[in-house]
Ligand binder design. Structure first.
Ligand SMILES: [Zn+2]
Length: 354
């Protein structure tokens, strides 16, 4: 069965500004879309929930709606704005970029990330990596003009949206992890057309990039029987990324199933079996500790929740040009829906690892 994902909605979702701590615009758009086919609700932390089905088990799907970003920390006398990083930046990526910040009245203010040019860099400065405190944003405005429009603490992102490189390759900032929030919603949309017993709760979690914080609160709230987190993972199919350290992960070869202590083996085996039955190629990634994803905190919520992690292979993570293959995205959606149908009526006890 072929399933066309909703590309227009995905591109719109990617264009929203949503760093950890201000996921409002991205979450609102996600909720608006979810309301077309699901019951939608939110919590005081900012997580958004969309659910379909009334039976059991309760299957929680988590995709974090936040992205790495920037905050206004200090505006100097000449209107140069110094930044607090939101999430894990390589500051080299910021040099020379254009940025857009959310203003007090919900508008957007554009600026450029400045740094002195190579002409005046001292030899030792050329040798070492730039630090974020050496960078500033130039909005072309005075200090007063800036503070009229931006509060200290205003959030911004790099000024890039999504675009198709080829028919299947999508490049964008914020694919980590808007693509996961998208996958869980698309899975819910597809499941809603013909729901089984399973009660599927898709969650657009917040604040993943600063410590998996929305997964902690939302998993407690949903109290699911089983859970799947959807995130991106580092692909190793481009220069400089060592396969011997990470494994063999490539774009276009299917969604990635993580295996390791963070993953419930019963769910893992079931996902692999279903993939085979459905003719979906998957890749396996060995992660020998808690994964750096929502799956980590979901698994150790309450008395423990059987959890799995499905990842979309991604190149150039935490840059404005994160790249994924939409065939992997579509396969991830199909795999999750088939899983939801297969576990229909199964009890949590059946997921005991031994
Ligand atoms: Zn992520």
């Amino acid at each position: 069965m072929e399933y066309g994902i909703n590309r227009d909605f995905l591109l719109k979702l990617l264009s929203q500004i949503g760093p950890s701590g201000n996921e409002r615009n991205a979450s609102r758009l996600w909720q608006e879309e979810a309301k077309k086919f699901a019951k939608v609700y939110t919590d005081t932390h900012g997580n958004a929930y969309a659910e379909v089905g009334k039976g059991s088990p309760i299957l929680m799907l988590a995709g974090h709606i936040d992205e790495i970003g920037l905050m206004v920390r200090y505006v100097d006398e000449n209107g140069f704005v110094y930044l607090a990083p939101v999430g894990g930046w390589d500051p080299q990526v910021l040099v020379g970029q254009r940025v857009r910040f959310l203003t007090k009245d919900g508008d957007v203010l554009k600026g450029v990330v400045g740094r002195k040019p190579i002409h005046v860099l001292r030899p030792e400065e050329r040798e070492r990596a730039v630090k974020i405190e050496e960078l500033f944003v130039d909005f072309g405005l005075s200090k007063d003009e800036i503070l009229k429009r931006l509060d200290i603490g205003a959030y911004g992102v790099l000024d890039w949206d999504g675009e198709m490189l080829t028919q299947e390759r999508l490049v964008s900032r914020a694919l980590d992890d808007r693509i996961g929030a998208f996958v869980v919603l698309e899975a819910l949309r597809m499941y809603a057309k013909e729901p089984a017993d399973t009660r599927m709760v898709a969650v657009a979690t917040v604040q993943e990039e600063i410590g998996l914080r929305g997964a902690r609160t939302s998993a407690f709230a949903v109290n699911p029987d089983i859970a799947i987190a959807v995130d991106v993972t580092v692909s190793t199919d481009y220069p400089g990324v060592p396969k011997h350290q990470i494994g063999d992960i490539a774009l276009g070869k299917g969604p990635v199933l993580a295996i390791g202590p963070n993953i419930n083996p019963v769910i893992f085996n079931l996902l692999r079996e279903i993939a085979e039955d459905e003719g979906i190629d998957v890749q396996i990634e060995a992660i020998s500790r808690g994964t750096p994803t929502d799956a980590n905190l979901i698994q150790i919520t309450r008395e423990g929740i059987p959890t799995a992690l499905i990842s979309i292979p991604c190149r150039y993570l935490h840059s404005p040009s994160e790249t994924v293959d939409l065939r992997d995205v579509e396969s991830a959606v199909r795999l999750i829906v088939a899983f939801a149908r297969r576990v229909s009526g199964i009890r949590k006890e059946d997921f005991k690892p031994w």
